[in-house]
Each structure stands twice: as structure tokens, then as C-alpha cells.
Design a binder for this molecule. Structure first.
Ligand SMILES: C[S@@+](CC[C@H](N)C(=O)[O-])C[C@H]1O[C@@H](n2cnc3c(N)ncnc32)[C@H](O)[C@@H]1O
Length: 333
């Protein structure tokens, strides 16, 4: 990270704001390459413009999306234990922070936390969430970094409090990555940890496919709107006449890969262009937009170990639907 990339938020309500938002050319390239590939695939990080982030928040409030309320219930239960381990004056760093809802529970339980750094690819949403957090915690050092964590993000140049770091990665965002990519992301997070620091990570469990598919295809259609918003974003930002009404949302349990897949399926034969490039998609063909891998304790621990992280402890809800892991630096993988 270069110093020229750093900028103070306009109203100075944050202690720092670093803008490393990927350039628009990345979005264009990934969409053009992904639509030309077979099967067609667009990385899920592109869901998260301002509308996509708001729709994700709405998903977390649907009755079918057990993930958020289950993870919060575990967090509330283990809060004293987390506070004891983190000690006085911890600095919390939250990649994929979104609306920072869970952090409120975590910060409330910690002993005089010294700082909070939110990091997310969704710029406006990140700034708004960090400003809200700052207002709710007067005196807490609050910084925001807009960046893509699939590439390494260097924190060493940031002027932040010196306390023990607690990297908080909730929401099973790690499940969005194929195993090899998940290990790469975990290695990036490991780089932020020094001796004595820890990573608290939430990962979703394998469970009844009926519960899983409902969570990704709610009756009200909020997840469908979230998936289709990707096409609205393409139309708006990439000079495209793609029509979201030509596609429908699909959520499929892939048992062989232990993951829910989200797709956009063409309702009819469709022709459209993106940034001057023409595409045709046959009725029934899909664009694969997201994977949400589900884990056993063993399968997640294997990924962590491959990234040079040691599972020191883990906590689940009584139904074993979700697990929070306490990880520390292990031997270099
Ligand atoms: C599944 S949501 C989880 C949000 C929140 N942490 C929670 O637990 O509810 C994923 C979050 O990660 C962010 N995100 C997704 N891909 C990202 C990437 N490659 N780099 C940075 N942030 C990313 C999204 O903007 C979103 O806020």
C-alpha cells in the first residue's frame, strides 16, 4: 500500500480511510472473460455495490437465512471467553465487514478495545457503516479500508493503535471461495497476525439441504433480487443492454462439492452486448454467480492448516448449524 493511496474521509469522522477500490477495468474484464467462459461464471465480489450491500442486509433479516442470527447467538454466548482471550486494548480488524452488525456485539464484550478497522470492497456501504460505528463508540479509533481481500492488503503502513490484533471474519464469507482460493485468502489474513494475535472466523456447517436451499432462495425473493442486481450493475456500469427480466434466480445444493451454488438462468434465448462485445445465451443456460461452501469441523480445519493457521478452539450452536473458530499463526504452510 502506498501513502498516496491513503485519503482522509471527507468529514474527518474516521481516523483514516484508505481507498484501494479495484478499478472499473477489473469489473469489465472479469465480466467479459466470465461470460465468454464455459461454464459462464462471474465472481461474487461484484454483487457488492451499494444496492447489493443493502440487499445483502435484507437477506440477513429473512426468516430462512439462519446464518446471521445463529452466528450472533454463538457470539453472545462466548463473548466473555473471547474478551478473556483478546485481553485489554485489542484492535479489531474486520475483512468483509459489510454493515458491521456483529462487531457491535463483539466490541461491547471486549475489555477497552483500542481500535476497529473495517475492510470491504463496497465503498459507500463501508464508509457509512464505519461512521455509524464511530458515532456509537465515541473515543474508539475507527479506520476504514476499501480493498479486495483476494489480493494481499498490507496493513503495516497504517497508523493504528498498537494493541493485540483480533481479525474478525464472520458470515461464512470464506465459503464463497473454492478450496484453493480459500487457502489463499486465509494466507492473506494470516499475514496480518503477529505472535499473540488471533483470527476469529465464522464458517457455516453442512446440514439438511432443504434448510440450505431455503436460506438461498427465500420466499420473499430477496436473494433473487440480490442475484439479479448483478445484471443491473452490469447494465449500469458496463454499457450493456442485458435485461435482468430475461433471467431467473437459481439456488442449487451441490452435494459432491458441499456447496450451495447460485446461478442466473436464461428464461429464453437471450442476446445482449457488454462494452461492445456480443453474447448469446440459450434458454436454460446459466451464469454461475456464487458458491457458498459448507464445512465440517474437519474440512474447515484442513483449509486452515493448509494456510498455516492453527485451530485453537471452536464453538457451535446446539443444532451444529454454524461454528466460530479461534485461529492463531501455526507453522508456515
Ligand atoms: C457474505 S457478506 C458478509 C457480511 C458480514 N461480514 C456478515 O457477517 O454479515 C460478504 C461481505 O464481504 C464483502 N466482500 C466480498 N468479497 C470481497 C472481497 N473480495 N474483498 C473485500 N470485501 C469483499 C462484501 O462487500 C460483504 O460486505
Amino acid at each position: 500500500m502506498t501513502r498516496t493511496a491513503m485519503a482522509l474521509a471527507p468529514d474527518d469522522s474516521l481516523d483514516f480511510f484508505v481507498d484501494l477500490h479495484p478499478p472499473a477495468s477489473d469489473f469489465r474484464k472479469d465480466v467479459l472473460d466470465g461470460l465468454a467462459a464455459r461454464p459462464r461464471v462471474i465472481p461474487p465480489k461484484y454483487f457488492y455495490d451499494a444496492d447489493g450491500s443493502a440487499l445483502f442486509d435484507a437477506i440477513t433479516a429473512t426468516p430462512e437465512y439462519y446464518v446471521t442470527r445463529t452466528e450472533l447467538s454463538i457470539l453472545e454466548r462466548i463473548a466473555p471467553e473471547i474478551a478473556r482471550r483478546a485481553g485489554i486494548g485489542a484492535v479489531v480488524i474486520e475483512p468483509g465487514s459489510g454493515s458491521s452488525v456483529k462487531i457491535t456485539t463483539l466490541l461491547r464484550s471486549l475489555d477497552e478495545p483500542a481500535g476497529y478497522i473495517g475492510l470491504d470492497i463496497s465503498k459507500e456501504h463501508l464508509i457509512a457503516a464505519c461512521r455509524d460505528l464511530s458515532e456509537a463508540h465515541p473515543g474508539l479509533f475507527v479506520g476504514a479500508v476499501c480493498a479486495d481481500f483476494t489480493a494481499p492488503v498490507e496493513l503495516s503502513e497504517l497508523d493504528m493503535p498498537a494493541g493485540r490484533r483480533l481479525v474478525f471474519f464472520p458470515g461464512s464469507t470464506i465459503g464463497n471461495f473454492e478450496p484453493g482460493d480459500a487457502v489463499r485468502v486465509l494466507k492473506h489474513l494470516r499475514q496480518w497476525l503477529r505472535t499473540g494475535d488471533a483470527l476469529l472466523l465464522g464458517a457455516d456447517r453442512i446440514k439438511d439441504p432443504a434448510i440450505l436451499t431455503a436460506a438461498y432462495d427465500d420466499a420473499e425473493g430477496v436473494t433473487a433480487a440480490f442475484n439479479l442486481n448483478l445484471l443491473k450493475r452490469i447494465a449500469r456500469e458496463l454499457d450493456s443492454d442485458i435485461d435482468p427480466a430475461d433471467f431467473r434466480h437459481r439456488a442449487i445444493w451441490n452435494a459432491g462439492k458441499s456447496r450451495i451454488e447460485m446461478h442466473l438462468e436464461a428464461r429464453r434465448d437471450v442476446r445482449f452486448s457488454v462494452s461492445g462485445q456480443d453474447f448469446s445465451i440459450a434458454a436454460g443456460e446459466t451464469i454461475h454467480t456464487e458458491n457458498s461452501h459448507k464445512f465440517s469441523i474437519e474440512s474447515f480445519s484442513g483449509l486452515a492448516e493448509a494456510a498455516g493457521l492453527e485451530v485453537r478452539d471452536h464453538w457451535s450452536d446446539p443444532s451444529q448449524h454454524f461454528t466460530l473458530y479461534w485461529l492463531e499463526r501455526g507453522a508456515e504452510a
